[in-house]
Design a protein around this ligand. Structure first.
Ligand code: G3D
Ligand code: MG
Length: 169
């Protein structure tokens, strides 16, 4: 049980799925539609207190997303202990793009802990992602959790569960 564990967590997903917004919701508990498209990398730190299990500092690396990992992104991923895989429920193709990223990361770094989030659950009338996509993923061992950086649904508990995994719970 230690209060000063620090782990790097990378946020991966397609352009505009809500990576920056999800980190902002988790770290600052806010949503703003003023975030600019991220160029390069943005780092935020949040200490997660897991009570009797101790606490852990998550260094959230928010990288600009494309559907492939180029050399620069590989450098961003180096040393990561875990990652958030984010898709956008209103754009079906963001699921397969996220799965490609996941496969690329696994190929390079092996099996790291991750959570898979389908963001924008507040826009459920505009959702394109349905059972087909989530079933296919489930067969591949990936459980997508709906979330919303806007309403806050599931953001904190998903990242806290990742923190708990990292701390060994
Ligand atoms: P990115 O960092 O993955 O590129 P951003 O994505 O966090 O910049 O978000 C991209 C757009 O989606 C932004 O809108 C942002 O406000 C919006 N967004 C992010 N999360 C949510 C959510 O949970 N619900 C809704 N409704 N919108 C969300 P703009 O219009 O600025 O491009
Ligand atoms: Mg961004």
């Amino acid at each position: 049980m230690t209060g000063n564990r620090t782990e790097k967590v990378c946020v991966l997903g397609d352009f505009a799925v809500g990576k920056t917004s999800t980190v902002a919701r988790f770290v600052h508990n806010e949503f703003s539609d003023k975030y600019l498209t991220t160029v390069g990398v943005k780092i935020d730190i949040k200490e997660v207190d897991l009570g009797a299990h101790g606490s852990i500092k998550l260094i959230m690396w928010d990288i600009a997303g494309t559907d492939a990992l180029d050399g620069l992104q590989q450098a961003y991923l180096r040393g990561a202990s875990a990652y958030l895989l984010i898709a956008d429920g209103t754009r079906k193709e963001t699921i397969s793009n996220a799965l490609n990223l996941h496969r690329d990361v696994q190929a390079i770094y092996g099996k790291l802990p991750f959570v898979a989030l389908v963001n924008k659950s507040d826009l459920d009338s505009e959702w394109e992602v349905g059972e087909d996509e989530t079933m296919r993923s489930r067969e591949a061992g990936i459980e997508w959790l709906p979330c919303s950086a806007k309403s806050g649904e599931n953001v904190e508990n998903a990242i806290r569960s990742l923190a708990a995994t990292l701390i060994g719970q």
